[in-house]
Design a binder for this molecule. Structure first.
Ligand code: GCO
Ligand code: MN
Ligand code: MN
Length: 389
């Protein structure tokens, strides 16, 4: 059935090879689905209406593959992209699966591991650029500790900074048109991961040699694992001009890293994410970093992928409705009204303005008594989401 919410490439939905390709292994159980080839995944994504496919180097090329094998795989993959019209907007490095990275990559105490991580990343950057990627994600899954006896956190930050500076300079030296996006996560697979939130990453970017090249890739589940408000993190990243990419999925607070279908757990917060991205005119791809329940076969995986995208499109329509709803808009106008034109005396400091503000008298009691009607506003939002109005 084709309807208003049928995903199409123009919607710019992307999935990682590792997402729809997830075979359902977990710490307690073996795979439940056969492994699809990257070419099969590309065809599946085209069938469900995605725009692009993102990848880690080793999602496509087995670690340790000989150059000839690499080239053959890339050639076949490029053919699949051409046949389906899918693009590769983002690429990244797997710096977490191989045992050599068990204590981190760029923050490992062992300089040999740090050098190997640089080598692997430079090769993976070349692969990403060859496939057309414009954004390169850094998710430091193993950059952390179980015990703080093991690593000096200050040295670790210095090492991470040194690696990013090195790789930025490499990209510039190669003449690649590539931006970096740092993805924070508080824990899993490490006990604690350094720079655990998007806010921490934003602060860190200011300390880099090429801060203009580096932004963030916030993920719904990661901020929620930390018990934080995802929309606020996305907003801060956007306001800083740093929202280079986004990982959409869902997650119950306080649980393990669930990677559920977008919108499957926290509908209202998913709504505000979509509304934010659409309202500000975010132009990047809408990437889903999630996977199907372990109960599913490949029909279930397609249902999962379609579900992520349909929910996004439905919430996008709800956001447009919210923006046009007369009752909601009346309430918003009241909330944002500028009684007594006080906003004219706010703004940048100057001595006259400070004197003006000091001289005013404010009716503190009346300010405290004023009801703000956020209950009504929220209920209207909920009813709109429930399809009642
Ligand atoms: C996770 C992360 C990863 C990264 C991916 C791209 O929790 O495992 O979200 O899926 O996003 O490695 O860098
Ligand atoms: Mn994740
Ligand atoms: Mn992610």
């Amino acid at each position: 059935m084709v309807d208003l919410f049928t995903p199409k490439p123009e919607h710019k939905f992307t999935f990682g090879l590792w997402t729809v390709g997830n075979v359902g292994r977990d710490p307690f159980g073996e795979p439940v689905r056969v492994k699809l080839t990257p070419v099969e995944i590309v065809h599946m994504l085209a069938e469900v209406g995605a725009y692009g496919v993102n990848l880690h180097d080793n999602d496509l090329i087995p670690i340790g593959a000989a150059p000839a094998e690499r080239d053959k795989i890339v050639e076949g993959f490029k053919r699949a992209l051409k046949d389906t019209g899918l693009v590769v907007p983002m690429a990244t490095t797997n710096l977490f699966s191989d045992p050599s990275f068990k204590d981190g990559a760029f923050t490992s105490n062992d300089p040999r591991v740090r050098a190997y991580a640089l080598q692997k990343t430079m090769n993976a950057i070349e692969l990403g650029v060859e496939l057309g990627a414009e954004v390169y994600v850094f998710w430091g899954g193993r950059e952390g500790t179980e015990t703080d006896a093991s690593k000096n956190p200050v040295d670790s930050l210095k090492r991470f900074r040194e690696a990013l500076n090195f790789l930025c300079a490499y990209v510039i030296d190669q003449g690649f048109d590539l931006k970096f996006a740092l993805e924070a996560k508080p824990n899993e697979p490490r006990g604690d991961i350094f720079l655990p939130t998007t806010g921490a990453m934003l602060g860190f970017i200011g300390s880099l040699d090429y801060p203009e090249m580096v932004g963030v890739n916030p993920e719904v589940a990661h901020e929620q694992m930390a018990g934080l408000n995802f929309v606020h993190h996305v907003a801060q990243a956007w306001e800083a001009g740093k929202l280079f990419h986004i990982d959409l999925n869902d997650q119950a607070f306080g649980r393990y890293d669930q990677d559920f279908r977008f919108g499957s757990v926290n509908l209202k917060s998913s709504f505000f994410v979509v509304k934010f991205l659409e309202d500000v005119g975010y132009q990047g791809s809408r990437h889903f970093d999630a996977h199907a329940y372990r109960t599913e076969d490949y029909d279930g995986v397609k249902a999962f992928a379609r579900g992520c995208m349909r929910t996004y499109l439905i919430l996008k329509e709800k956001a447009a409705k919210w923006n046009q709803d007369p009752e909601i808009q009346t309430l918003l106008a009241e909330i944002n009204s500028d009684q007594d034109h006080i906003s004219s005396i706010l703004g940048t400091y100057n001595a006259a303005r400070a004197a003006d503000i000091k001289a005013r008298s404010f009716n503190r009691e009346a300010l405290g008594k004023r009801g703000l009607a956020y209950e009504r506003l929220d209920q209207l939002t909920v009813e709109l989401l429930l399809g009642v109005n």
